[in-house]
Design a protein around this ligand. Structure first.
Ligand code: SAM
Length: 226
């Protein structure tokens, strides 16, 4: 899968969470082709400004439609696959497991990171396929949301988790939270591990895990249950 990111701060994507562990390996293995582009390269004029005061007044600055449109068209033409264009926005549909799975089916995503008070609405109306939020709070910029989206989506690209792991065993797959996990040492302080997990009885272990998934979901996220 190819992901192009448009941002005013390309450095935010260097040496961070997308450069370690599973995502870094997915990039090395060619499963994720991540390209980061500086929106400012498409600014013109003496001041190369990317933002301006909002029409009608109000606080802060708004990212300019002409600069964003030029940047997007330039990036769109860098690859042949058609792209699904996403503007990260607190006003978008909230990212969840179903949306992550859907986004993982696109061969190419273009993610636009806003800053300041956001982007000119004309850019959203005419150039963007979808607005996505990572939650009901406001961040300073779209870079962290873009990284969250890329991490979550890459986990669903076939092969990204390696042969051993599968996203189907994680929380939200099948509509439930995952059961609790334990590892060695089996004995530590007076904090016991549930006995069934040490029993070697696979049917009982599976039954216990399923029961835990249901209980946890009922207790913590009843909204997930039908
Ligand atoms: N004025 C905007 C509003 O009230 O809806 C908020 C702008 S925010 C300070 C700047 C940028 O951060 C946004 O353009 C967006 O790209 C990004 N952003 C902030 N919170 C976000 C969230 N929860 N999900 C996705 N992107 C977010």
């Amino acid at each position: 899968m190819r992901v192009d990111v448009l941002t005013l701060f390309p450095a935010a994507f260097e040496g961070g969470p997308l450069d370690v562990s599973i995502i870094s390996r997915a990039r090395e293995d060619g499963l994720l082709d991540l390209q980061v582009h500086d929106i400012r390269d498409h600014a013109t004029g003496r001041h190369r400004s990317v933002d301006d005061y909002p029409f009608g007044g109000g606080q802060g600055m708004v990212m300019r439609v002409d600069v964003l449109d030029r940047a997007l068209e330039h990036v769109r033409d860098l690859a042949e696959e058609s792209a699904h264009v996403i503007y990260l926005s607190p006003q978008g549909e909230v990212l969840n497991d179903a949306l992550v799975r859907e986004l993982a089916t696109y061969p190419r995503l273009i993610l636009v990171c806003g800053r300041y008070e956001g982007v000119d609405q004309r850019f959203v109306d005419h150039c963007v396929d979808r607005e996505v939020s990572i939650g009901d709070y406001v961040l300073t910029g779209g870079e962290l949301p873009a990284m969250v989206l890329i991490d979550a989506v890459t986990r669903h690209v076939p092969g990204a988790l390696g042969d051993e792991a599968s996203p189907e065993e994680e929380s939200f797959a099948g509509g439930l939270l995952e059961h609790p996990q334990y590892t060695r040492p089996a004995e530590y302080r007076d904090w016991p591990v549930p006995e069934v997990l040490l029993s070697g009885h696979h049917a009982n272990i599976e039954k216990w895990k399923q029961q835990q998934r249901l209980e946890r979901t009922k207790e913590r996220r009843p909204d997930l249950l039908p």
